[in-house]
Design a protein around this ligand. Structure first.
Ligand SMILES: [Zn+2]
Length: 140
């Protein structure tokens, strides 16, 4: 189980733009990379078009997974927003969690978006560290 998820500030900003654009509906997307490090974020249409739940549009999700595989990456995280809270996974999020990867939840508090990261496994939720890294750290 991952203890932290690393991502660049630019990726964090791209996600924030996406969830802000979709509000007041929930936004959702996939995070791809390797070894707990995010390289790209892929916004996926919320098929529910709901302010209180999300379901990734199936074809868009499929295309995203193809793109991730073609790039030699793997799924390292999922993100979605709670425009009206809470700042943690809802009972539905826990019940419907399908992938054992880090889950970022964006919550809007007083007009500001904040991201928290969790691991949901077997009905249990644990918060993990979301570490912002600079682009220069990416080179390996
Ligand atoms: Zn949720």
């Amino acid at each position: 189980m991952a203890e932290k998820l690393m991502l660049r500030r630019t990726t964090w900003q791209a996600m924030r733009r996406h969830v802000n654009r979709r509000a007041p509906q929930e936004a959702c997307g996939l995070l791809a990379g390797n070894n707990g490090r995010v390289e790209i974020s892929l916004g996926i249409r919320n098929a529910e078009q709901s302010a209180v739940r999300f379901r990734m549009e199936a074809r868009a999700q499929w295309r995203a997974f193809e793109r991730i595989e073609a790039a030699g990456m793997e799924l390292v995280g999922i993100y979605h927003s709670h425009p009206n809270g809470p700042d943690h996974p809802s009972p539905t999020d826990i019940a419907e969690s399908m992938y054992p990867v880090a889950q970022i939840i964006w919550v809007r508090v007083d007009g500001e978006w904040r991201a928290r990261c969790f691991q949901i496994e077997g009905g249990k939720v644990a918060e993990i560290t979301l570490e912002l890294i600079t682009a220069s750290c990416i080179n390996t």
